[in-house]
Design a protein around this ligand. Structure first.
Ligand code: ATP
Length: 459
């Protein structure tokens, strides 16, 4: 369940929340995100990632993978397919139950999800936009259909996966046998999911094609509570570690009426933006639901035998399921700032205070002047060395202040400037994005200095 608020300042009144239009505009202007099929008028709820967006997205994915799979000895990863056997979605309950209730305003024809309507509009049956009368709620299944096969009449109807995690249950036994894992252990996956959302919108927040990251952690039923608490805390701390505005993050327990019938509890990790408090990741108590259902529907017993005690049981599952796109969007909303003119910057600037790990460009190399050949060749040499280690941009267009601002706006954490002193002593200026402080370093010191600051696993 989500709550929407139409506020442009945070409830503490201190830091203003960033209007979505600013992020949409920056994303298009600087090449983070583009509307899909724009020349044909676009498709609602579907986006493409541009040159900067794809770098940032890869950085986000890689950090999640590193911290969830690579550094945990009891977690492994898979990459499952988008299309599966259609019975999977009967077993999971999606064919029958993956539905949203929708109401349409009789006056303005806008559509709303019933669970997202403010309580007073629901009670009064009133459109939240124009005040018109709302029609009867109708049910919509969110699964996207597709067909396998070429011969008409013999084609098999199936679905683009509505959630990525089903592949993990399907591959659970193969992973168990091939990787010699023992319970407790986890399987992670990052992958696309597809939903015919009733009300796509708010930029990347609610799309029809999006990406999820999941951990499914398999445990003995007696250890469910312990592992549920463990992953809940760890995931909360993980999100806290990647944002600037820690007060905009919270863990919200689900109300009893939100819980699935098999769940004893569930939590949402939520982040507050202009859309109000919204889900970023769900921590779910899935019990033995998934493996039992797939055992039942496939006729293949997915129970586990403990190698020591020989006890046989269906493992219980703790799930952590979040959105790559919501992470991308929340990080932009969290990082965006318009700074007024100050002593250090007379014109003011837009700055994206992204963690250097996620910044699409790590360093920009700038000759002080374009018309001095030695400055240009030295800067190009430095850029050519650095680009093998990290994403580096060479820029010699416009004055140095303009170039700094261009980099600030896309979140580049460091700018290296080659000036006349460089030609004498082989030192360069390194300007840091957030405080705009500058230090001088030997050219040879640059790789280690920058790598230590832009790479999470460097030291
Ligand atoms: P919501 O209540 O916002 O519809 P959900 O509870 O249906 O989300 P889950 O099925 O638990 O979401 O999916 C896990 C994660 O996938 C969510 O926490 C969210 O980050 C992301 N997600 C879900 N639906 C979308 C969507 N339509 N567009 C982008 N990300 C999504």
């Amino acid at each position: 369940m989500t709550q929407t608020e139409d506020k442009t300042t945070s409830s503490t009144g201190d830091t203003p929340l960033v209007p979505m239009e600013k992020i949409v505009s920056l994303s298009k202007r600087r090449g983070f995100v583009f509307p899909n099929s724009e020349i044909y008028g676009g498709v609602s709820g579907i986006y493409d990632f541009g040159p900067l967006g794809v770098e940032m997205r890869n950085n986000i994915r890689r950090y999640w993978w590193w911290s969830m799979v690579q550094i945990n000895d009891n977690v492994v990863g898979i990459e499952g397919n988008i299309i599966t056997h259609p019975r999977v979605w009967e077993a999971s309950g999606h064919v029958e139950n993956f539905v949203d209730q929708l109401v349409e305003c009789k006056n303005c024809k806008r559509r709303f999800r019933v669970d997202q309507l403010p309580a007073e509009n629901l009670e009064q049956n009133k459109c939240p936009v124009c005040g018109g009368e709302l029609g009867e709620p109708r049910l919509f299944n969110l699964m996207m259909e597709t067909y396998i096969g070429v011969v008409e009449g013999e084609r098999m109807k199936t679905y683009l996966r509505g959630e990525a995690c089903q592949n993990i249950y399907l591959d659970y036994e193969n992973v168990l046998k091939s990787s010699r894992m023992q319970i407790p252990f986890g399987i992670c996956q990052i992958g696309k999911a597809f939903r015919n959302e009733v009300t796509p919108g708010n930029f990347l927040f609610r799309q029809r094609e999006f990406e999820q990251w999941d951990l499914q952690f398999f445990v003995h039923p007696s250890e469910m509570e312990k592992w549920f608490d463990y992953w809940k805390e760890r995931r909360f701390e993980w999100y806290k570690g990647i944002i600037n505005h820690k007060d905009r993050l919270r863990l919200r327990p689900h109300d009893p009426d939100e819980l699935a019938h098999y769940a004893k509890k569930a939590f949402d990790i939520e982040y507050r933006t202009v859309l109000g408090w919204q889900e970023w990741e769900g921590i779910h108590w899935r019990q033995d639901w998934d493996l039992s259902r797939h055992s039942l529907y496939s006729g293949h017993d997915l129970s586990y035998t403990d190698p020591e005690t020989k006890e046989r049981y269906i493992p219980w599952i703790v799930e952590t399921s979040g959105g790559v796109d919501r992470t991308f969007l929340n990080l932009l909303l969290d990082a965006y700032e318009e700074e007024p003119p100050s002593g250090k910057d007379k014109e003011g600037r837009t700055v994206l205070r992204l963690h250097p790990w996620f910044a699409p460009v790590k360093v920009a190399v700038l000759p002080l002047q374009k018309n001095k050949e030695e400055l240009v060749t030295t800067a190009q040499d430095i850029h050519n060395r650095l680009k093998r280690l990290m994403v580096s941009q060479y820029d010699d267009v416009a004055n140095i202040g303009r170039r700094y601002r261009r980099q600030d706006e896309i979140g580049t954490p460091f700018c290296v400037t080659v000036d006349f002193q460089t030609l004498e002593d082989q030192t360069v200026t390194v300007r840091e994005r957030d405080g705009m402080s500058q230090i001088r370093l030997q050219i040879n010191e640059l790789p280690a200095y920058l790598l230590e600051r832009v790479t999470w696993n460097y030291s």
